[in-house]
Design a protein around this ligand. Structure first.
Ligand code: 13P
Ligand code: SF4
Length: 355
């Protein structure tokens, strides 16, 4: 079925080359950003894959560095009138959808995601139209229009319990766009699912055979894998989870060494929570390697201290989502956030089909 779907070829940009700043220049820029954040009544929300200077600055200034689920939630609870989202476009859009009255800025609006790019609305909508008896569940790494066409939005941090919940209700699921995460949750839940054939160009690069070799050299290392990776890589994991789950694993597990299969931007937070531990990058080289990204998302790399200061000063790069579209897309996102909230409180949840 999915072999009938021809998704567009995603052009992966080269990693941006930012001018190297001296420590003094960095400090000056950071002070400027802090001043501008206050002046603009703005708060910085950053993803774990962004440059470590941005992550640290977000925390120092009362913002947050988080996974995509928590980034979405944070903006809804903070009182600032401007949210500055350092991450990729779907994260900025999600913030705007949930906070339509607030101004949302991004350092670079061209920072997209191969999953989002590989799931154009028209194609996806006709896939959904062909399967009207399926509950549409989309990953957060999608456009506002694709979200608006869905019944549920999920992030990697909440996908498993939501799919398990829908499977228990006997719902058939149309899943998009990340096929690896989709197959992973299907394997664990036994859900009846059909898949959009998208993938993350960063996580797909981890090489299973080279990982096996590295594990032999470091037999006591725990292997931490983000579920956007391939099945053969996931099969070797001690922990599979969202960026937050992988960070928690580094802090909690007794191992001294960890092999990490996700974007290397995450090492900043991992080093903070577990300073004495040894972190090894999962290999992206070996048989069939392309190394377009080498475990470093080029779109996340489009965020820097320089362009953050620029947008705060100029107010350019505002994210726009029409009120009408936001209203539609908010429903499945809110469903996810409510589900997450209820899960914490142990409350029973009903699904959109009423089952
Ligand atoms: P998380 O929600 O786990 O942070 O993942 C977002 C993402 O884009 C991973 O590639
Ligand atoms: Fe998208 Fe992959 Fe980059 Fe995450 S790492 S933003 S899924 S391209």
């Amino acid at each position: 079925m999915t072999d009938k779907i021809h998704i567009p070829n995603v052009v992966v940009p080269p990693h941006p080359e930012w001018p190297k700043l001296s420590e003094a220049e960095k400090a000056t820029l950071k002070e400027k950003i802090k001043r501008l954040l206050k002046k603009q009544d703005a708060v910085l929300v950053a993803h774990y894959y962004t440059d470590s200077a941005l992550q640290n600055l977000a925390e120092e200034t009362g913002g947050c560095v988080a996974d995509s689920l928590e980034m979405a939630r944070f903006g809804t609870t903070h009182k600032a009138s401007t949210l500055v989202v350092a991450g990729v476009r779907f994260m900025g859009e999600t913030s705007k959808i949930l906070n339509n009255e607030k101004r949302v800025l991004m350092p670079d609006l061209a920072a997209t995601c191969s999953l989002d790019e590989g799931c154009p609305y028209e194609l996806f909508a006709s896939f959904c139209d062909e399967h009207p008896d399926h509950t549409v569940v989309v990953y957060a790494n999608t456009s506002a229009r694709v979200k608006a066409r869905s019944d549920w939005v999920v992030t990697s941090g909440i996908a498993l319990p939501i799919i398990r919940h829908l499977a228990e209700k006997g719902e058939k699921i149309l899943w998009g766009p990340d096929r690896h995460l989709g197959h992973y949750v299907q394997k664990l839940t036994g859900a009846e699912m059909i898949f959009w054939p998208g993938s993350c160009v960063v996580h797909e690069e981890f090489r299973a055979v080279a990982l096996e070799r590295l594990r032999k050299v470091h037999p006591d290392a725990a292997v931490l894998v983000h579920p956007e990776s391939t099945e053969a890589v996931i099969a070797q994991a001690d922990v599979v989870g969202s960026t937050t789950a992988l960070i928690e694993a580094v802090a909690k597990l007794p191992n001294r060494e960890f092999i990490v299969a996700t974007d290397k931007g995450i090492f900043n937070k991992m080093r903070q929570v577990a300073p004495g531990k040894i972190l090894l990058e999962a290999p992206t080289v070996g048989e069939g390697a392309t190394c377009q990204s080498c475990a470093y998302c080029p779109w996340m790399g489009m965020n820097s201290l320089q362009n953050l200061a620029e947008v705060l000063e100029s107010g350019k790069n505002e994210v726009h989502v029409s009120a009408e579209l936001a209203e539609k897309a908010r429903i499945p996102i809110r469903r996810m956030l409510d589900f997450a909230e209820n899960l914490k409180r142990g409350v029973c949840i009903s699904s959109p089909s009423g089952s």
